[in-house]
Write a protein that binds this ligand. Structure first.
Ligand SMILES: *[C@@H]1O[C@H](CO)[C@@H](O)[C@H](O)[C@H]1NC(C)=O
Ligand SMILES: *[C@@H]1O[C@H](CO)[C@@H](O)[C@H](O)[C@H]1NC(C)=O
Length: 251
């Protein structure tokens, strides 16, 4: 449902709002080897999302990217090509956080257990997760990447990235009435158009080589700031979910 709404927002006529990646650029190919492209099918539609490898057998993404069938593509740069670096792996189990609330986007996190382990190499490698409840200071510079739209109805087939700055929680408190600073991170400077980014839902916010956030939601026309899920807050659930899968495999 949420994805549908986002797509509707994307399809608004030109002039309805600017959605250019104004300070973003094409990523250097394979410089972000944790990035995953997700092709999601629900009974009514097919859509795409961002995600990121956190272990050889697990991809993390937004709960909004849930589907009955999800295919993960790792090691991609130009998604329209069959690149030799790509690994396409089906998802075995998609586990949304049990507290995920699609009305206010709280607990917007999902773990995808892959059918086969990814082969780790220079093109495909997991990203580190933060320590439990580590603080992320306003002003921290982070990278967000995705294959999302770059303009009105214009998709990109190559991975793009942009540098964004962590904001004070107050900025998002003023803009989003369901913003929760314990579980979410406010990212992207409202006064700095060059950081505007309309990324794929589910992609990571990476600060100092650690994945701190997951692209969750923003204003309907993509102006900053954007709200990210605060990964550090969910470490106990993440550990438990990934441990349970090991347990199953050993039976
Ligand atoms: C991506 O690949 C497609 C298919 O080969 C090609 O048409 C397109 O120009 C490529 N995109 C870029 C930005 O190189
Ligand atoms: C989660 O697992 C990691 C790696 O095993 C460990 O370092 C960390 O302390 C665990 N965190 C929590 C909150 O369980």
């Amino acid at each position: 449902m949420q994805l549908l709404l986002i797509l509707v927002a994307f399809l608004l006529p030109p002039g309805a709002g600017a959605e250019e990646i104004i300070g973003g650029h094409e990523a250097s190919p394979h410089s972000l080897p944790y990035m995953a492209y997700l092709l999601t099918q629900t009974p009514v539609r097919e859509s795409f999302c961002g995600g990121f490898l956190v272990r050889e057998d697990f991809v993390m993404t937004s709960a909004r990217c849930w589907g009955s069938t999800i295919m993960v593509i790792l090691g991609a740069h130009n998604i329209s090509r069959q690149e030799r670096t790509q690994q396409r792996i089906q998802v075995l189990t998609a586990t949304r956080h049990p507290g995920y609330n699609e009305d206010n986007n709280l607990n917007d996190i999902m773990l995808l257990q892959l059918e086969n382990r990814a082969r780790r190499n220079q093109f495909v490698r997991p990203v580190a997760l933060p320590q439990f409840q580590t603080e992320l200071r306003p002003g921290s510079q982070c990278t967000v990447a995705g294959w999302g739209l770059v303009g009105q109805n214009r998709r990109t087939d190559t991975l793009r990235d942009v540098q964004l700055e962590v904001q004070r929680d107050q900025v998002c408190n003023n803009l989003f009435n369901t913003y929760n600073s314990r579980k979410q991170i406010c990212v992207g400077n409202q006064n700095d158009e060059s950081t505007t980014f309309r990324g794929d839902t589910g992609g990571p916010l990476v600060c100092n080589n650690v994945a701190q956030g997951i692209v969750s939601y923003g204003r309907s026309f993509g102006a900053p700031p954007t709200v990210f899920t605060r990964i550090a807050r969910f470490l106990p659930w993440i550990n438990k979910t990934m441990r349970q899968s090991e347990h199953q495999e050993s039976h």
